[in-house]
Design a protein around this ligand. Sequence first.
Ligand code: SAM
Length: 199
Amino acid sequence: MGTGVYAMSLARVLPYTKQLLESVIEPGDCVVDMTAGNGHDTQFLAERVGPEGRVLAFDVQAQAIEESTRRLDEAGMLARVDLYHESHIHVGARLSDEQRPVRAGVFNLGYLPGSDKSITTTGEETLEALDALLPVLAPGGLVVLVVYHGHLEGKRERDAVLDYVTALDQQDYAVLQYRFLNQQNHPPFIIAIEKKVRG
Ligand code: SAM
């Protein structure tokens, strides 16, 4: 009634990312956070998999690993998480036989807000990481990428990722793009990749 405040029926990008992940993750699962940052998504995943589950999380910045460690420790969930101070391209090497296949993975691309903007995910490494992750994804499992494309590397990465996922065989994967079309200033969008269950 003229207050200027509207409720949105369509989920925003970050809540929808969580909704998608939540729809596939069960207690006891193994999942990966490919860009730990300040550890918000890592904590969300750790809550979902529970004490019997496992989260592997990667980040190339020491500051991100320290902040994620602090956050998880405070939440009492550090014991169910392995944090790796290295690029997500190493995900395949870090997963033990018992941890395969993984139920879900999330990439929150770009740079850490409030930190060094030159340390950003790159199209090249993101594709290498997807190449490593998709073969170890469980049938019915999900990889969700949040794509930020306001910065120069973000545009290159967006194009590289869109080309890559568009070319995935539809017999093996269902690929979704979730994007608000009328928002200004390059709003982030979601790509979700579901590995199909072979009938
Ligand atoms: N999900 C995070 C959170 O909840 O706070 C935010 C992630 S932030 C948008 C992107 C992160 O990716 C940065 O912390 C950056 O250091 C990290 N990063 C950049 N290149 C990477 C790589 N090759 N492997 C893993 N992490 C990387």
